[in-house]
Design a protein around this ligand. Sequence first.
Ligand code: C5P
Length: 235
Amino acid sequence: MRLLKNPLIFALDVDSEEEAFKRLKPVIDLVGGVKIGPRLAYRYGSPFIAKVAAQTSVFVDNKYFDIPSTMKSAVKASFDAGATLVTVHAMSGLQALKELAQLEMELNRIRPFKILAVTILTSWEKSSLPENFHSWSIENHVKSLSQLVYQSGIRGLVCSGHELDLISQKDFFKVIPGIRLSSDAGKDEAQDQKRVMTPKQAMKAGAQALVVGRPILESSDPRQTVLEILESCSS
Ligand code: C5P
């Protein structure tokens, strides 16, 4: 059993279950997996995650950032609901990440499951970092956090495509959000994302999976857009 059918993870960023299934219908047979974030997870919880997980791999993206025991319980609850991938913040520190790596190993005996550590959000640029982080570039933060994650034993990472070449460890499974369909995506197209890349650029730079939300959700022909993304991933 694989983690994902292919590298494209569709970010199901809508607010109702009805809308979610309406959006899934035309693309579910094509996408590699579906990402469910807090806006659906908190409203509909485990039963909803389980329903989607019966059809495809589910990535629960609640970005846990807490004390180690709470993070482990939250990750386990996501796994029990049917998640194949879950996110935690790399900034939660070495102890939490080490304990999570141990939990991931145990859960993998049941079925394939990966924890992804988020480095620096793709909506951030240097000026959005907290002031006491300003003496370092985004690149340095991502590099340092990815080393911390690697040291913990976790091998899943979320960063922007622009930082892929800074991550030297070959066995990281790197998931890239902030994907836009044209490389010169202007402010309107990039929306709140700041560090964007096209699917082709991100795959060439070494991504193992891409998270794409609004370019599919706002397309007049989502199925065609998904096909185009898949085509550019493999070319
Ligand atoms: O609509 P768009 O393609 O920008 O959606 C990107 C998705 O990826 C959102 O659901 C967002 O929460 C998520 N994400 C992100 N940056 C990260 C981690 C996750 O944009 N670092």
